[in-house]
Design a protein around this ligand. Structure first.
Ligand code: NAG
Ligand code: NAG
Ligand code: NAG
Ligand code: NAG
Ligand code: NAG
Ligand code: NAG
Length: 357
C-alpha cells in the first residue's frame, strides 16, 4: 500500500514540477508517508508471538525457530522468549534494525541457550531485568554483559554447566554492571562466590541457594562486612563445619546479612550434620582451641617419653646396686626353697603335713 502511494506521487511530482502544485504535492506525499509508515510497523507482530501493545509486552513461546525473532516491534518494553531452541545468543541479538531499543525486561528462561557471545546484549541500554534461568550455558564470553548499564536484576538460576562456571566471574566483572542490585545464582553447583570483587556492583541481594559451597573464607567475609546493604542467601549448601569456618560463623551470628541463616546447615563432619552453622559452639570453630588440643597431646607425649628415658637412665646408673639386689633376692629364694625341700622330705605323707599345718 505504501509502495503504491509512493509510485502515484512520484509520477505526480514529474507532472507538476513546474507548477505551484508541485510544493503541495511534495508536502502531501511526505505527510502521507509519515502517517502511514509507522502504522504499518506497529501492527506487525513476529510470527508465533503474542503482542500486547498496551503493556508493551511481546511473548513468544515454544517456537521451532532456533533464533531470536528478528522483527521485534520497536515499542517492545518486555520481551519473553520461552521454550524455544536458541543455542547461541549472537552479538547484538536484540538490536532492532541495528538500532538501540528501550526494552526494560528480557526473559530468556528455558530456551536451551548454550553460549553467549560477546556483546550479545548490545543496544539494550535501558534493560532493568535479564532472566537467563534454566538454560544449559557452557560458554559465556567475558564481554557477554557489555553495555547493560541499567541492569538491576540478573537471574542465572539452574543455568550454568561447569565450563561456564569458570567463565562467569570474568563475564560478571565488567564495569557495565555497576547498577546490579540482585544477582540470583541458585542451583548451579557453585563451590565459591563466583565474583572477584563485590564493590563494583550495587548489590542488595546475592542468592547462592542450593549450590555446593562448603566454606566461605575470611577474605570473602571481610568483603561482605564492608558492604552493609548486601544480603546473601546461602541455604541448601553443604557447609563443612570445622575451624576454617570461624570467620563465617561469626559473620552469620554478628552481621544479620544472611536472611536465611537458620537454614544454613553443616553437612560435615558426620556428628554435626544438619546442625545450623550459627548454632555451633564457639569451641567447634575455634582454630586456637583445635591447635591447642593438638599441641597439648604432643606435649604430653614428650613428657611421657622424657619420664621413660629418665627411668631407663636410673636403671642403668644403678645397675650394680640392682644386680646386688637381684642376687639377694635370688639367694633369699634359694634359701626358702631349700627349707621347703627339707620340710617336704621330712613329712613324706602329705596328709600328715596338712594336718600339721
Ligand atoms: C536445537 O537446535 C539444534 C541446532 O541448532 C539441533 O541440533 C537440536 O536438535 C535442536 N533441539 C531441539 C529440541 O529441537
Ligand atoms: C528496518 O530497516 C529496513 C531498511 O533498512 C526497513 O525496510 C524496515 O522497514 C525496517 N524495519 C523496522 C522494524 O523498522
Ligand atoms: C530463580 O529465577 C526465577 C526467575 O526465573 C526467580 O523468580 C526465582 O526467585 C529465582 N530463584 C530461585 C531460588 O529459584
Ligand atoms: C537444586 O539444584 C538442582 C540443580 O543443580 C536442581 O535439580 C534441584 O531441583 C534444586 N533443588 C531445589 C530444592 O531447588
Ligand atoms: C573470595 O576469596 C578468594 C580467595 O580466597 C578471592 O580470590 C575472591 O576474589 C574472593 N571473592 C570475593 C567476592 O571476595
Ligand atoms: C562478632 O565477631 C567477633 C569476631 O569477629 C567476635 O569476637 C564477637 O564476639 C562477635 N560478636 C557477637 C555478638 O557474636
Amino acid at each position: 500500500m505504501r509502495e503504491k502511494t509512493w509510485i502515484f506521487h512520484s509520477a505526480d511530482n514529474a507532472k507538476c514540477l513546474f507548477s505551484l502544485w508541485n510544493q503541495w504535492c511534495l508536502c502531501y506525499a511526505a505527510v502521507v508517508c509519515l502517517l502511514f509508515s509507522p502504522v504499518r510497523t506497529d501492527d506487525a507482530c513476529p510470527s508465533s508471538c503474542v503482542c500486547a501493545r498496551d503493556s508493551g509486552t511481546v511473548t513468544c513461546r515454544d517456537g521451532e525457530d532456533a533464533e531470536v525473532p528478528g522483527d521485534i516491534p520497536v515499542w517492545t518494553s518486555t520481551l519473553i522468549l520461552k521454550g524455544r531452541n536458541i543455542s547461541t545468543l549472537q552479538r547484538g541479538a536484540f538490536m532492532i534494525n541495528g538500532t538501540e531499543s528501550d526494552m526494560t525486561t528480557l526473559s530468556l528462561s528455558y530456551n536451551g541457550i548454550q553460549a553467549i557471545e560477546p556483546y550479545a546484549f548490545l543496544g539494550l541500554p535501558r534493560l532493568h531485568l535479564l532472566d537467563l534461568s534454566h538454560n544449559q550455558l557452557e560458554s559465556i564470553s567475558a564481554r557477554a554483559f557489555h553495555g547493560l548499564l541499567e541492569l538491576r536484576s540478573l537471574y542465572l538460576n539452574d543455568s550454568l554447566l561447569p565450563p561456564a562456571t569458570m567463565q562467569l566471574s570474568n563475564a560478571l566483572s565488567t564495569q557495565s554492571l555497576h547498577n546490579l542490585h540482585r544477582l540470583e545464582l541458585a542451583g548451579n553447583s557453585l563451590k565459591s562466590i563466583p565474583l572477584m570483587r563485590l564493590d563494583i556492583y550495587n548489590l542488595h541481594a546475592l542468592v547462592l541457594i542450593n549450590n555446593s559451597i562448603e566454606s566461605i573464607g575470611p577474605e570473602n567475609v571481610t568483603n561482605l562486612y564492608q558492604l552493609r546493604r548486601i544480603r546473601v542467601y546461602l541455604s541448601l549448601n553443604p557447609f563443612r563445619c570445622n575451624c576454617e569456618l570461624e570467620a563465617f560463623y561469626y559473620w552469620l551470628k554478628n552481621s544479620s546479612q544472611c536472611p536465611d541463616a537458620q537454614r544454613v546447615l553443616c553437612s560435615e563432619p558426620e556428628a554435626k550434620r544438619g546442625v545450623p552453622v550459627e548454632k555451633l559452639r564457639r569451641e567447634d570453630v575455634d582454630c586456637m582451641n583445635e591447635n591447642l588440643e593438638a599441641v597439648s597431646y604432643v606435649f604430653l607425649g614428650i613428657v611421657l617419653a622424657l619420664i621413660g628415658v629418665v627411668f631407663l637412665m636410673v636403671l642403668y646408673l644403678n645397675r650394680g646396686g640392682i644386680k646386688r639386689w637381684l642376687n639377694n633376692i635370688r639367694e633369699a629364694c634359694r634359701d626358702q626353697m631349700e627349707v621347703y625341700h627339707y620340710r617336704y622330705e621330712q613329712d613324706s605323707d602329705p596328709r600328715l603335713a596338712n594336718v600339721a599345718v
